[in-house]
Design a protein around this ligand. Structure first.
Ligand code: SF4
Length: 677
C-alpha cells in the first residue's frame, strides 16, 4: 500500500501521519513534531474516511443543485447585500480546521475586495487571548519557543492545560523527557485533577481565574528574593516598575492556594533557570484571559527566561491550523501576514500587493459580536466555513436563533447534516482531510503539508476553490485565478516578501521557490528558530513590555461554576471523531463531573441524571461523581451536539461574556444551578 505523507487534522501539535487509501494510518517517524508517535484520535483516523453522512453535492433550500447555480446564488446574495447595505453587512465565520490556503483566500476576499474585516474564526474561541497577550508584551504575535525546548527544560509548568488529553503527543514528549531525566520537574496548575496531573510533581488546584493572582505573586516573590535579571530588564524591557507595583499590591492567596503551596511553587520556579510555562484554554477562555497571559509573560521577561534554550512561555494552540489562520489574518482584528489593520502603511502595502479595489480600514466583528450583529439584523449575508457555531459558540441556542435571523446563510462543510448546516439557505460540499491539499502551521510555527490520498468524492471541492469561484462571480476573477493551492501558497509567501520592509516577525523567505509537492515540514523563519534570543522585540523601540495586571477579586456565587472542555478521544462537535467506534468507547455519552460533597447534597445516586440551568438555557447530563472537580464546580465536555444528544449541548448554558481585550469568550466560566432528575 502506498502511504502518503500528511498531517493530522486534529490538534495544534500537528503530528505527521503516513496515510493510505485503505485506511492505513501510521505516525510519520520523520516529522519533527511527533517522530512517529500518534495519540488515540490520530491513530483512529482510518476509521473516519468513509463517506457516510457526507455532503456530496450543493444544496439550495434542501434540494440538490449544481455548482453554477449554487455559486451564482451565493455571489449574487453577497453582492446585493454589499450594494444595498455596505460591506459591513456581510460576514464570514471560518475555522482553524481550514488549511492556510483556504484561510488566505477567504481573508483576501473579505478584507481586500469586499472591503470589510467581518471575517472571524473559531480560533477566537481558542487562543485570541494569547494573541492579545503576545502583541501587548512583544509587539507582535510571536510564539517564542519550539517543541525541542521541552526536552531541554528543567521545570515545565502546565497552566490551564489538560495536555494529556488535549495535546497528547506533546504530553508523551514531556513524559518521555521526564523518564529519561528524572530531575525534570513538572507542575500542573488547574482547578481540576486531570490525567495531566499523573506526571506532575506538584498539582496546584487554583480557583477558576486564579491564575493572575498566582503569577502576580510569583513576580512579587522574584523581586523580593533577588531573582530579577536587572541587566536584562534594563536593556530589553519596559513597564517593569508598574507591573511590579501592581503585583506587590495583589493578594496571591486570591489564587485559591495556601501560602505553603504558593511558597513551594515560587521557590521552585525562582530557583530553576530553565523554566517553560505552557498554557492553554484554562488561561485563554476567560474574561481576563489576556491579563492572565501577560501575568505569565511578565515573570519570564523579568527574569530573562525567554529566548534561551529550555526557557519561555509557550501557548499551546488547540486546532490544527489556528496558527496558520493567525498568520494569514483570519482574525477580524488582523490584516494578513502579521500586518496590522490600524497601520495605514500596512494597509497600503497589502492593497498594493493584492491590487485590490479597497481594503478594510478598521477591525471587524469578533465572534460573539458577529453573531450578536446577526441577531440584531445588521448582517444580511453570512458564510460559515468548516465549523459549527450553532453548537460551539457560547449561548449556542441564541447563536442558532441569530443565524436563523440572517436573510441569507451559506455553509461550506463536509457533512450533510450539522446543527449549523441545517440553518443554511445554501450548502456547499467541501473536500475533507485526505481529499484536499494545502498546508497547516502547528503550535511551534512549523508549516507542514496536508496531502490528498483519496479522490474528491461526489461533487466536493476544496474551500479555496469554492471561495475563489464566488469571488470570480462577484467580479474579481483575475485576482482569484488560482490553478491550485501551490499558487495560493506562493502568493502568501510573496506577500511576506513584499512586506519585508516592515519590522515584524513573520518571515517566510525559506519557503520562496519551495517545491510545494515535496515540501518537508519546516518552521518559519527557519528550523529551530527561537525568537528573542538577542533580546530584540517588536515594539517601536525594540523592547518588550511588562504590563500591570490587576487580578479579579474572587466573588462568591450561588449555584455552580461550570467548566467545559475536551475529552481524550473526541474532537470538537464529533463530525469526524464521532465516526470511529474505537473513539466512542472511551466516554460514550454526555456527562457532567460532580464533586462527591455536591452529589450528596443533590441526592445523586450512581448513574443519575443532572439537569443544569443557566440564564441562557438548560441541558441534562449523566452525573459522574468524582473528586476530579472541586466542591462547587462542575465539568462537562463540549463535544455532544443537539443532533447527537437529545438532552442538549453544554454551550447552550454558557453566557457569552468575553475578554474585553481579546474578544475571547469565557467558555470555562458558566454559572448554573443543578437539579437531580
Ligand atoms: Fe493528532 Fe494532536 Fe493526536 Fe498528534 S496529538 S495525533 S496532532 S490529535
Amino acid at each position: 500500500m502506498t502511504l502518503t505523507r500528511t498531517t493530522c487534522p486534529y490538534c495544534g501539535v500537528g503530528c505527521g501521519v503516513l496515510a493510505g487509501a485503505d485506511g492505513t494510518i501510521k505516525g510519520d517517524p520523520d516529522h519533527p513534531a511527533n517522530f512517529g508517535r500518534l495519540c488515540s484520535k490520530g491513530s483512529a483516523l482510518g476509521e473516519t474516511i468513509d463517506l457516510s453522512g457526507r455532503l456530496l453535492a450543493p444544496q439550495i433550500g434542501g434540494e440538490q443543485a449544481d455548482w453554477d447555480t449554487a455559486l451564482d446564488l451565493v455571489a449574487s446574495k453577497f453582492s446585493e447585500a454589499v450594494r444595498e447595505h455596505g460591506p459591513d453587512s456581510v460576514a464570514f465565520y471560518v475555522s482553524g480546521q481550514l488549511l492556510t490556503e483556504d484561510y488566505y483566500v477567504a481573508n483576501k476576499l473579505m478584507k481586500g475586495f469586499i472591503g470589510s474585516a467581518n471575517i472571524d474564526t473559531n480560533s477566537r474561541l481558542c487562543m485570541a487571548s494569547s494573541v492579545a497577550g503576545h502583541k501587548r508584551a512583544f509587539g507582535t504575535d510571536t510564539v517564542p519557543n519550539t517543541y525541542s525546548d521541552l526536552e531541554q527544560a528543567d521545570l515545565i509548568v502546565l497552566v490551564g492545560s489538560n495536555t494529556a488529553w488535549c495535546h497528547p503527543v506533546l504530553f508523551q514528549r514531556i513524559a518521555a523527557a521526564k523518564a529519561a531525566r528524572p530531575s525534570l520537574r513538572v507542575i500542573n496548575v488547574d482547578p481540576r485533577m486531570t490525567a495531566t496531573r499523573d506526571i506532575a510533581d506538584m498539582h496546584l488546584r487554583i480557583r477558576p481565574d486564579g491564575d493572575a493572582a498566582l503569577f502576580n505573586g510569583l513576580l512579587a516573590h522574584l523581586v523580593a528574593n533577588g531573582h530579577v535579571d536587572a541587566d536584562y530588564v534594563a536593556a530589553h524591557v519596559n513597564g517593569f516598575d508598574a507591573a511590579v507595583a501592581e503585583a506587590q499590591a495583589s493578594t496571591p492567596t486570591d489564587s485559591g492556594l495556601s501560602t505553603s503551596e504558593l511558597d513551594a511553587f515560587y521557590r521552585l520556579w525562582a530557583g530553576t533557570d530553565k523554566v517553560m510555562t505552557l498554557y492553554s484554554q484554562g488561561v485563554n477562555q476567560s474574561v481576563c484571559g489576556s491579563d492572565k497571559v501577560n501575568s505569565i509573560l511578565n515573570c519570564h521577561l523579568a527574569t530573562g527566561r525567554i529566548g534561551k534554550a529550555g526557557c519561555g512561555p509557550f501557548s499551546l494552540t488547540g486546532q490544527p491550523n489556528a496558527m496558520g489562520g493567525r498568520e494569514v489574518g483570519g482574525l477580524a482584528n488582523m490584516l494578513a501576514n502579521h500586518l496590522d489593520i490600524e497601520n495605514a502603511d500596512h494597509r497600503d502595502a497589502v492593497q498594493g500587493f493584492w491590487e485590490s479595489p479597497t481594503i478594510c480600514t478598521q477591525a471587524g466583528l469578533k465572534a460573539v459580536d458577529l453573531f450578536n450583529a446577526c441577531a440584531d439584523g445588521k448582517i444580511k449575508a453570512l458564510w460559515v466555513m468548516s465549523t459549527n457555531p450553532a453548537v460551539s459558540m457560547p449561548d449556542a441556542d441564541g447563536v442558532a436563533e441569530a443565524i436563523r435571523n440572517v436573510p441569507f446563510v451559506a455553509v461550506s462543510d463536509i457533512m450533510a447534516r450539522t446543527d449549523t448546516g441545517d440553518l443554511a439557505d445554501v450548502l456547499l460540499p467541501a473536500t475533507g482531510w485526505g481529499e484536499k491539499d494545502g498546508t497547516v502551521t502547528n503550535s511551534e510555527r512549523r508549516i507542514s503539508r496536508q496531502r490528498a490520498f483519496l479522490p474528491a468524492p461526489g461533487d466536493t471541492r476544496p474551500d479555496w476553490k469554492i471561495i475563489s469561484d464566488v469571488a470570480a462571480r462577484m467580479g474579481w476573477a483575475e485576482a482569484f485565478n488560482y490553478e491550485g493551492p501551490a499558487d495560493v501558497f506562493a502568493e502568501y509567501v510573496a506577500l511576506s516578501d513584499a512586506a519585508s520592509g516592515f519590522a515584524r516577525d513573520l518571515d517566510l523567505s525559506v519557503f520562496a521557490d519551495v517545491d510545494y509537492a515535496n515540501m518537508i515540514p519546516r518552521q518559519w523563519p527557519d528550523n529551530d528558530s527561537r525568537f528573542f534570543a538577542e533580546g530584540r522585540f517588536y515594539h517601536a523601540d525594540g523592547k518588550a513590555k511588562m504590563l500591570p495586571i490587576t487580578p479579579p477579586t474572587p466573588i462568591a456565587h450561588t449555584g455552580f461554576h461550570l467548566n467545559t472542555g475536551r475529552i481524550r478521544d473526541q474532537w470538537h462537535t464529533m463530525t469526524r471523531s464521532g465516526k470511529a467506534p474505537k473513539l466512542g468507547s472511551h466516554l460514550a455519552e454526555p456527562y457532567v463531573e460532580v464533586n462527591p460533597a455536591d452529589a450528596a447534597a443533590l441526592g445523586l445516586g450512581l448513574g443519575d441524571l443532572l439537569r443544569l440551568q443557566s440564564n441562557e438555557g438548560r441541558a441534562t447530563f449523566r452525573a459522574l461523581v468524582t473528586d476530579r472537580v472541586a466542591k462547587g464546580q462542575l465539568f462537562a465536555p463540549m463535544h455532544w451536539t443537539r443532533q447527537k444528544s437529545s438532552s442538549g449541548t453544554v454551550n447552550s448554558l454558557v453566557t457569552p461574556i468575553t475578554d474585553p481585550t481579546s474578544g475571547q469568550p469565557a467558555l470555562k466560566a458558566g454559572k448554573v444551578s443543578a437539579e437531580r432528575m
